[in-house]
Design a binder for this molecule. Sequence first.
Ligand SMILES: *Cc1c(COP(=O)(O)O)cnc(C)c1O
Length: 232
Amino acid sequence: MTNEQQAIKDRLEAIEKRIQAACDRANRKREEVKIIAVTKYVDAKAIGDLLDVGIMDIGENRVQDALPKHELHGDRGAWHFIGHLQTNKAKEVVGRFPYIHSLDRVSLAQELNKRGEALDTVVNCFLQVNISGEETKFGLSPNDVLAFLRETSNMKHIKIIGLMTMAPVVDNQEEARHVFRGLYEWKERINEWAFPHAHIEELSMGMSSDFEVAIEEGATYIRLGSVLVKPE
Ligand SMILES: *Cc1c(COP(=O)(O)O)cnc(C)c1O
């Protein structure tokens, strides 16, 4: 094992303890929480190290940076597109990234659906909801969720399997709790509506600074960058 791989293993071990403790506090099973290693800070070689030590899920947020990395390692692990997605870049992502966490508007849904149809596949999407209401954040306003689901309900090549949100940057992760709880409530609400294309199983929430509270509030995917993946 290389030094880099050992360093990742050490970080992972410390993170594991914190995940397990959060699961214990919330009476959840460890298997319910998956780690996405957010690799936007590092090069393709570092992604190879992450995959070598057993990381299964890779997250990237910029299409141009992600494509060469995917070119090298795309056949390993599951790739998640987690950043804002321009409509004209959607074609690069569909077929490469099995999960898209940043669906936030009808025009993007149309494009993803079109690309899914062209590849004869169904695109797994997370609806990004701006629970905190910060203007600087992407994501559908909660007020627009119902209209969005109605307008996309006939799209056969997208499937909304989860919700995603980003909490405000705060000093104390307790201050983010209401955002995560809010996303959980949207999951319950959407599932009651029972749209054919939107059965929410996954909650993508929690990053390096707030993943423990996110787990306590029901996260199934935590997106870990700096705490796990250190630039050289
Ligand atoms: C960068 C990024 C993360 C990871 O951030 P860290 O604070 O470094 O863990 C998670 N989600 C998204 C959408 C990101 O862009």
